[in-house]
Design a protein around this ligand. Structure first.
Ligand SMILES: Cc1cc2nc3c(=O)[nH]c(=O)nc-3n(C[C@H](O)[C@H](O)[C@H](O)COP(=O)(O)OP(=O)(O)OC[C@H]3O[C@@H](n4cnc5c(N)ncnc54)[C@H](O)[C@@H]3O)c2cc1C
Length: 391
């Protein structure tokens, strides 16, 4: 990010100093923890970290409603995310509540819902997960089969969600459910807020390639939600569900790129150290990765603001394709730099190096948040006027 105004420079110093003080003191052990493939680390301490962020007013800095958040400028939000990544501060447990649920509530919820749900997220005390995907509804989300029936003052929810990130630490789940019997596709769905700690909810972690579990299966067997805990009108949940997806990966993209730069730097250092950099093909891949990272950074900076989103409505799809494929290639590069050693775990039974974790987890980057194929379909149909997907 460019230096910005002198107040922005002061703000950056404030964020940096705060993070440095926290991560040298009580939370020193959390530096670098909780990222992809390390989600299981220090769960209790990271929950305490969320509360510390909340106390210090670092949660919801971009929420536009000053009653709840700080409505900071885009520039400052980017600064915060950049400094957070630069300090190797821990992987967030609260990001689904902060970055998806609350913006959706502020845009679509009732005053009562905002008052009830936003303060817990702002304080770093209440964790959320996102129950959209199902075994038969991933890219084709409109095929949701989970049902909810209104029974007096409560919804009774039955179905199965899958790939639900952080469901094992969440207090609440956003559940997209079919509330109009016999309805099809986008019609008749509702956006429900379901408490996780109840007999009708069972969470089963899914072991991923990294040997750890970031996501889960969530079984809803007569799970209960209060009748009023539906965001938007019952039956109109598709619109609200899509509004939430619009909040995915906003300003945090630039912070994410700081993390990417750190990974590339480590791979480059390793290549120098083990001689892989003497191979001109590998050296060329490192240079290409660096060049592409600069292009992504400048593209992200130019397409962040709301004007840019209006002028370039395809930017989010292009950006997802760019970073996800870049990061997957980076994982492959990390393995190439390691050579034959890449296929041996660093310890038994399944201990991985950072590079191995990067390689294995980055295979998921081109799936979640809309797969490569889905992004290309959207670009083809909505922006290039190509024939509709027939799949
Ligand atoms: C790390 C990770 C975290 C996740 N976290 C969450 C979460 O918290 N909450 C949640 O609800 N979901 C989550 N997901 C699920 C994610 O949203 C889905 O994996 C994604 O939508 C794809 O759905 P699917 O896995 O069912 O694959 P499918 O939709 O079955 O797709 C399988 C393959 O077919 C391709 N394909 C599908 N349709 C088409 C088409 N029309 N044309 C061309 N190709 C097509 C896809 O691109 C893919 O390659 C997560 C996924 C991952 C990997």
């Amino acid at each position: 990010m460019t230096a910005g105004t002198s107040q922005d420079v002061t703000f950056r110093a404030e964020v940096r100093d705060w993070l440095e003080a926290q991560l040298s003191g009580e939370f020193a052990g959390l530096r670098g923890s909780g990222g992809p493939g390390r989600e299981h680390e220090h769960l209790q301490e990271r929950a305490a970290w969320e509360r510390r962020l909340g106390e210090a007013g670092w949660i919801g800095i971009g929420w536009p409603d000053p009653r709840y958040g700080r409505a900071l400028s885009l520039q400052r939000q980017v600064i915060f995310h950049e400094e957070y990544a630069r300090a190797a501060a821990p992987g967030r447990l609260g990001h689904i509540g902060e970055q998806l649920l609350v913006p959706t509530l502020l845009a679509n919820g009732t005053e009562e819902q905002k008052e009830r749900f936003v303060p817990g997220v702002a304080a770093g005390e209440v964790m959320w997960c996102q129950g959209y995907s199902e075994p038969d509804a991933g890219s084709d989300l409109a095929n949701v089969g989970t049902r909810a029936v209104l029974d007096g003052d409560r919804w009774v929810v039955t179905g199965q969600k899958i790939w639900t990130s952080l469901a094992h630490v969440a207090d609440w789940c956003i559940v997209i459910a079919r509330t109009e019997p016999g309805s099809q596709r986008h019609a008749g769905l509702s956006f429900l807020l379901v408490p996780m700690d109840q007999p009708g909810v069972t969470v089963r972690p899914i072991v991923q390639l990294t040997g750890t579990s970031e996501f889960n299966e969530v079984f809803l067997d007569g799970a209960v939600a209060a009748a009023g805990d539906v965001v938007g009108e019952p039956g109109q949940g598709w619109r609200v569900a899509m509004s939430l997806l619009g909040f995915e990966r906003g300003v945090s993209t630039l912070g994410q790129q700081i993390g990417f730069a750190r990974e590339l730097k480590a791979i480059t250092a390793r290549a120098r150290e083990n001689g892989a950099a003497d191979d001109p093909v590998l050296a060329d891949r490192i240079v290409s990765a660096w060049v592409d990272l600069q292009v992504m950074r400048h593209t992200a900076l130019r397409t962040l603001g709301s004007d840019a989103a209006r002028e370039a409505p395809w930017a989010a799809n292009v950006s997802k394709l760019l970073w996800a494929n870049w990061h997957r290639r980076l994982g492959e590069l990390a393995m190439a730099v390691e050579g034959a050693a890449a296929v041996v775990t660093s310890g038994l039974p399944y201990e991985l190096t950072d590079e191995q974790r990067l390689f294995l987890f980055s295979r998921a980057d081109t799936i979640y948040g809309g797969s490569n194929e889905v992004q290309r379909n959207v670009l083809a149909e909505r922006h290039l006027g190509l024939p509709r997907d027939r799949a």
